[in-house]
Write a new protein. Structure first.
Length: 206
């Protein structure tokens, strides 16, 4: 029951000079949307998750709700690397989301929104462990896109749209295309019932 955010290319444009600002003069009430180059901490990450849940509830009502508690924690990057042997930006596993302490605040918001998509899948899909990577990551990127757009993170939204990665970018463009052509109900139907991008579903006889 694990989904990780491995892709680095979306964050690389911000990596140079990250965390170079000595502090942050943002309104404490809006620190979850801070764009200062300050490293993420667990208290701010938890505020970001609360924001993500609010903004998605405003757009989708109960459609994107998760009814089990989600724990959020910032973890040392080296510790996350031991999970799968690669540099992870974020990880969802069994009701908990970890984000890397190497991320600045705005990067953390993007990763948390993506991992929220995975958390939703594990609650609402009948066989989440067997969803294809492209379907799982594409839907998570679709969720992240809708969480980031209302806050004005248009640069991140553009990167999601234009990602050349066939798993993340290709998966997102599939769901975005379905939304544009058939509406959000079709997106949720696919996300809740399909196992892969070919439309295979669980055999009801098994």
């Amino acid at each position: 029951m694990r989904r990780a955010w491995l892709l680095l290319w979306l964050l690389l444009p911000l990596a140079v000079g990250a965390a170079s600002d000595p502090g942050c003069d943002c309104d404490p009430a809006l620190v979850h949307l801070c764009r200062c180059k300050v490293l993420i901490t667990t208290p701010v990450a938890r505020k970001q998750m609360a924001y993500i849940q609010r903004v998605l509830a405003h757009q989708f009502g109960e459609r994107l709700a998760i009814h089990h508690p989600i724990e959020v924690e910032v973890s040392p990057a080296d510790q996350l690397k031991t999970v799968v042997g690669e540099h992870l930006q974020g990880l969802y596993d069994n009701g908990k989301i970890w984000v890397s302490d190497s991320l600045i605040r705005e990067e953390s918001l993007m990763v948390l929104a993506h991992e929220y998509g995975h958390a939703w899948h594990f609650e609402h899909h009948p066989d989440p462990d067997h969803i294809s990577d492209q379907l799982a990551e594409g839907f998570a990127e679709w969720v992240a896109y809708h969480a980031l757009a209302p806050a004005g993170f248009t640069d991140f939204c553009d990167r999601i749209k234009k990602s050349p990665d066939p798993i993340y970018g290709g998966g997102f463009r599939f769901f975005y295309g379905v939304e544009q052509k058939f509406g959000q109900d079709a997106v949720f139907n696919i996300a809740q019932t399909w196992l892969d991008m070919e439309g295979h579903k669980i055999d009801p006889k098994t």
